[in-house]
Design a protein. Structure first.
Length: 177
């Protein structure tokens, strides 16, 4: 786990699910710097920085960052990116989808209905399970008792169509955010 704010780690240990961080290697660092400096590779990288409109986190939503993250994934690895749909214009969301899809060949987009959050899951490899199987597996693993409300919003072929059909919407880059 890489978290930039020690206070988040402390709050989780004090008020979160007991034992959640037991046996977890926690590093306090900036995620981008961490990925630049490590040679480790991962099966899953999940990113939930603050809002993409903020100067301090905008570089965690760029093509260059997604490329860096993809270099740190194992061959079948998956990168998950949170996206606050409720704070962005439709063109901004399309820009984020295009940026993400320009790096990851296979992308699923999931929607959290009540919060209007989006989760992009991308991989260089074809996903090992169909969307319906993923939904079933997530529900089967949920032992918390909380209902998990999420729906498949776009499949990889639909993401590819968004990229092709929106030539006027740019890709988000470090030098042209």
């Amino acid at each position: 786990l890489v978290e930039i704010n020690q206070g988040v780690i402390d709050a989780n240990r004090g008020f979160g699910i007991p034992g959640l961080l037991d046996n977890v290697n926690v590093t306090v660092n900036d995620a981008r710097n961490y990925l630049l400096l490590t040679d480790k590779t991962f099966d899953i990288i999940s990113s939930e920085p603050s809002y993409p409109a903020e100067v301090s986190t905008g570089n965690l939503f760029t093509k260059e960052f997604f490329e860096l993250a993809s270099l740190r994934l194992n061959p079948d690895g998956v990168y998950c990116q949170w996206l606050p749909y409720y704070l962005l214009s439709d063109d901004d969301v399309t820009m984020m989808i295009k940026t993400f899809g320009s790096v990851f060949e296979n992308v699923y987009m999931w929607k959290i209905p009540h919060s209007m959050d989006l989760i992009l899951a991308g991989s260089a490899a074809t996903f090992g399970h169909a969307a319906e199987e993923i939904i079933e597996r997530v529900h089967a693993m949920n032992r918390s008792g909380f209902k998990l409300a999420f729906v498949l919003s776009r499949r990889p072929e639909q993401i590819r169509q968004i990229i092709l059909n929106e030539p006027d919407i740019p890709i988000n880059t470090d030098d042209r955010p």
